[in-house]
Ligand binder design. Structure first.
Ligand code: IPM
Ligand code: MG
Length: 384
């Protein structure tokens, strides 16, 4: 029997290309694992009306963790149009399988390191950027508590003088509730505390200088306020780590100007989503941005990038984000030595600059001047 059982979920689009590439590297490392393929993504929405089939959830329950390529996610109307005609009018609605997985398996922490590798020609802001985002992964605006149109019962409860805001609600009644949509941002003290504590623990463990909270408490007074208070309380337990606070809008500007000032960042779900793409942009783009969705017992490793449908199956995209994601999986499994070797091999290939995918070579995808996804993976494997 293998030491590990890993759910293997290429998902959509280029997820397949980068996962194939990753397998080359994991095999070269000699990871003692059995990989169990699991269906997920757009194809299963279209064919079965469910992008996350029950059989996949069962596979996940029996594995140690999952490696996930990429997902195509579309708004409700577009999704409905692509559904198999035989399945229409069955009341099926599309949902994002990755968001659902985070909820189902309580993968409360999204860890997103963004490191500028030496020699990466896409490092326009310097080689010395090394950021780690801790994104709360199950609460906030991703909680799925939303309505359109706004039900009368909800609106009336919100306008009830005993619990609600009659003055502020009046203008929505005036517009007609059938014209009003509501998405909520719900956070808990526990959720805030967990993500803040993990970010400080990480900073302490790896000798990081600061943790910056990314919020907007001047406007989101209750949710942002709770997160900020909890952040300050937690910070007291880590006197060796500086605790900074920034508003989401301001930090988007400051990070572009002075990315070197920042170190560990912590944020609620939506702001973490936004700021992690920004961080990826500072270190060469989504081709260099790995991610891990981590819970107490299970984890799903998926790079930050999407499925890039136009490059699907063309073997052109940069697999480095996916390889770095596999590195995070190795760390989580306790295979620190393999993780380090993989990280060194990736760094060495980037620094040597002989093998570059189209984004790094800054040429058109598929043109002769660029290495393929597979070639990049082989170059990394050769350095191991
Ligand atoms: C991410 C993605 C997802 C998210 C989408 C695909 C639902 O942008 O992992 O950052 O918003 O969390
Ligand atoms: Mg995102």
């Amino acid at each position: 029997m293998s030491k590990y059982t890993i759910a293997w979920m290429p998902g959509d689009g280029v997820g397949n290309d980068v996962m194939r590439a990753t397998r080359i590297v994991l095999d070269k490392l000699g990871l003692d694992a059995e990989y169990v393929h699991a269906d997920i993504g757009w194809e299963f929405w279209i064919k079965e009306g469910n992008p996350l089939p029950e059989r996949t959830i069962e596979i996940l329950k029996k594995t140690d963790c999952a490696l996930f390529g990429a997902i195509t996610s579309k708004p409700r109307e577009e999704a409905a149009e692509e559904l198999d005609p035989a399945l229409r009018d069955k009341g099926l609605t599309y949902f994002s399988p990755i968001v659902r997985l985070r909820q189902l398996f309580n993968l409360h922490t999204n860890l997103r390191p963004c490191e500028a590798f030496k020699g990466n020609p896409l490092n326009r802001l310097g080689d010395d950027i090394d950021l780690v985002v801790f994104r709360e992964n199950t609460e906030g605006m991703y909680g799925g508590i939303e309505w359109f149109p706004l039900p009368e019962k909800i609106a009336t409860a919100m306008a009830d003088p005993e619990v609600g805001l009659p003055d502020r609600m009046q203008r929505w009644f005036d517009k007609g509730l059938e014209n009003v949509a509501l998405s909520t941002r719900v956070v808990s003290r526990q959720g805030c505390e967990s993500i803040c504590r993990q970010s400080f623990e990480y900073a302490k463990k790896f000798g990081r200088k600061s943790v910056t909270l990314v919020e907007k408490p001047n406007v989101l007074r209750e949710t942002g306020g709770l997160m900020t208070r909890v952040f300050r309380e937690v910070a007291k337990d880590y006197p060796g780590v500086e605790a900074w606070e920034a508003n989401i809008d301001a930090i988007c500007m400051w990070m572009l100007k002075n990315p070197q000032d920042y170190d560990v960042l912590v944020a609620e779900n939506m702001f973490g989503d936004i700021v992690s793409d920004l961080c990826a942009g500072l270190v060469g783009g989504l081709g260099f941005a790995p991610a891990a969705n981590i819970g107490d017992e299970y984890a799903v490793f998926e790079p930050t990038h999407g499925s890039a449908p136009k490059y699907d199956g063309k073997d052109v995209v940069n697999p480095i984000a996916m390889l770095l994601t596999a590195k995070m999986m190795l760390d989580w499994l306790g295979e620190a030595d393999m993780a380090d070797r993989l990280h060194s091999a990736i760094s060495a290939v980037i620094e040597a600059g002989e093998v570059r995918t189209y984004d790094m070579a800054q040429v058109r995808a598929g043109s002769a001047g660029a290495a393929s996804t597979t070639e990049m993976a082989k170059a990394v494997a050769a350095r191991l």
